[in-house]
Design a protein around this ligand. Structure first.
Ligand code: ADP
Ligand code: MG
Ligand code: ZN
Length: 606
């Protein structure tokens, strides 16, 4: 394409990189340039591509961290065609998804580059052919799935024989975060890949991922045994994406329709849903609203999925309702919106999914619809999952709480929040109001309030009723002093904490409860009854019990009375006062605002 002249794209990817002088003085530099031009038909390098290429051609192990769409493939595809480097022969690429491999091999063949793949798909004949080509040194690149390496000894033998004949140029581990059990997308077969460095110590290895989490990175380096590798990393900020978390109470489908029909007519998007059913259901509903939408999930057969994917890529469907299985390796540059219809399970995956928007560098938006109840149901699914062990459950709960914190945080820049999770410092000034929180902060004022006393009240209330298995909603009712028959029947209107929160604004109370769960002060856990239904009950977590007697303080940021900047500050909110003091009537009516009465803005690039 001709996207190089597009300044927006240059911003997104650090511009076209012509190569600093020092990166152009290798004996293979001339060859690298001609391969770039003649085989890949590209006029220049993007950030870190040439550096990574030079490092691997020097025989070093390399770790490339680049956001989705940054151009990781070129970092190993180009050196596979360079003969002047310190490496010769075939490049082996390990990749987790067959569809992804297929896509890449096709693209390479189109360019006249000799590439093939070995996966569980494909018949014996094809495989024999591929092995023949491989043995005769005819292939520049061979893509294999990690499962194949584990199960197919013939494949391992061929690779070993290449090695013995010094015809194994390098090993590439794409989507390398799959190595780490700390990643969100762990594949057991990836763990074995550490064997490469042991078997072929002097074959350079290259690991690539868009996951920047430091713990994952360390894990990958350790597992692949490439300590001392050259690391190429960059900011994960995507300046052309607008981030927003929306309250799911609203008419979501109508909003999506508006977005698709009015804001992005004829433009493409992805709508992430949490289950197969929800994908189909959402697609059907949107179709009824007159939109061209289809669905994609793991329950469909490969043919069907391919058809849907191509239909979307070619614009026959405007949007695709998909599970997170969709998108990895799909190269569509002009995705204008990515919507999360339900809460994502972890921030890492969320960021990668949103990263599929705006690869062309043009303004695009990422909307997450948040309802606390979605977190509860995911928590229940985790609790009930029989296929995962305790540690994995704990890990998934932690991931989910991080998402919860992100959604409940209505003040800090979204970029700052996510990038912090990736250990990247981001100054919210550089967001340029391209997230909901920054936009609101530009016109409204916030204040941090001490919620220690109200937190203690909540803890006391819950402690006095939790042994009766109570839900969060029920706890809120007792805390507010509701007079329902159920509460009276259970005698919960006589417990110490009953009505302790009668003066707390309802929306504020909900936010505080959610915040306390995200902070592990309170804990929701599922109990399955005899008929197989799970209910989530609320309890005080160990940190909560400690808080009651200790000196720890809790605070939370609130929007100042929904007021625009420079207006009169609101009167003092009730729960900043000590809970023992009688509350004057005047403050009772003080409405502290929350997301529901935030001013609404036109979104993205308004
Ligand atoms: P990643 O694996 O990092 O998500 P890809 O390797 O799939 O990204 O590349 C994303 C897109 O960027 C592809 O369309 C690719 O052709 C394009 N691309 C890669 N490198 C360059 C470059 N130097 N100049 C222009 N386009 C590039
Ligand atoms: Mg890739
Ligand atoms: Zn921001």
């Amino acid at each position: 394409g001709d996207s190089y002249v597009n300044p927006a794209r240059q911003m997104a990817h650090g511009g076209v990189y012509d190569g600093a002088d020092s990166e152009m003085c290798y004996e293979w530099s001339r060859e690298v340039c001609s391969v770039l031009r003649d085989a890949f038909k590209l006029p220049g390098f993007r950030h870190n591509q040439l550096e990574a290429i030079n490092a691997t051609l020097s025989g070093k192990d390399v770790f490339v961290l680049m956001p989705t769409g940054g151009g990781k493939s070129l970092c190993y595809q180009l050196p596979a065609l360079v003969y002047g480097g310190k490496t010769k022969g075939t490049t082996i690429v390990i990749s987790p998804l067959i569809s992804l491999m297929q896509d890449q091999v096709e693209h390479l063949l189109e360019k006249g580059i000799k590439a093939a793949m070995v996966s569980s798909r494909g018949d014996a004949n094809e495989r024999r052919n591929t092995f023949q080509q491989l043995k005769s040194g005819d292939l520049s690149l061979l893509y294999v799935s990690p499962e194949m390496l584990t199960t197919n000894s013939q494949l391992r033998n061929v690779i070993s024989s290449l090695y013995q004949r010094s015809c194994l140029a390098r090993i590439v581990i794409d989507e390398a975060h799959c190595v780490s059990s700390w990643g969100h997308d762990f594949r057991p077969d990836y763990k074995q890949l550490g064997q490469f460095k042991e078997d072929f110590p002097n074959v350079p290895l290259m690991a690539l991922t868009a996951t920047a989490n430091e713990r994952v990175r360390l894990d990958v380096v350790f597992n692949l045994k490439i300590t001392g590798c050259a690391l190429f990393t960059q900011s994960f900020n995507r300046p052309n994406l607008y981030y927003e978390v929306r309250d799911k109470q609203r008419d979501v489908l109508a909003e999506i329709k508006e977005l698709m029909k009015v804001k992005y007519p004829g433009k493409s998007g992805i709508i992430y849903c949490h289950s197969k059913n929800s994908c189909e259901d959402t697609a059907t509903k949107l179709n009824r609203l007159g939109l061209k939408v289809t669905f994609y999930h793991a329950g469909m057969d490969p043919e069907e999925r391919l058809q849907v994917q191509v239909g979307w890529q070619e614009g026959r469907y405007q949007a695709i309702c998909a599970t997170v299985a969709f998108g990895m390796g799909i190269d569509k540059a002009d995705v204008r919106f990515v919507i999360h219809y339900t809460l994502p399970r972890n921030l890492e995956g969320y960021y990668q999914e949103t990263g599929r928007a705006g690869r062309d560098g043009l303004p695009s938006e990422c909307i997450l619809y948040y309802a606390y109840r979605d977190a509860t149901s995911i928590m229940t699914m985790i609790d009930r999952d029989r296929d995962i062990d305790y540690d994995t459950k704990e890990k998934q709960r932690t991931f989910l709480k991080q998402v919860l914190q992100y959604c409940e945080n209505q003040t800090d820049c979204r970029r700052h929040q996510v990038l912090q999770y990736f250990n990247e410092k981001f100054d919210s000034k550089d967001c340029h109001n391209q997230c909901d929180n920054c936009r609101i902060a530009a016109v409204c004022e916030f204040e941090t309030r001490d919620i220690t006393e109200v937190t203690k009240d909540i803890i006391r209330t819950i402690l006095s009723i939790q042994d009766d298995n109570v839900t969060m909603l029920y706890c809120m009712d007792v805390f507010r002093g509701a007079k329902t028959a159920k509460i009276q029947g259970a005698g919960h209107n006589n417990v110490p904490g009953y009505a302790a929160g009668k003066d707390v604004d309802r929306t504020d109370m909900e936010r505080i409860f959610h915040h306390l769960v995200a902070q592990s002060i309170l804990k929701e856990s599922a109990v399955v009854n005899r008929s197989g239904y799970a209910t989530s009950y609320l309890r005080v977590g160990s940190r909560g019990v400690g808080l009651l007697s200790g000196t720890e303080k809790m605070s939370l940021t609130f929007l100042k009375n929904g007021a625009a900047k420079k207006t009169k500050p609101p009167s003092k909110p009730v729960y900043a006062a000590s809970n023992s003091a009688p509350k004057p009537k005047a403050t009772r009516s003080t409405k502290t605002s929350s997301r529901t009465n935030k001013p609404r803005f036109g979104i993205a690039n308004g």
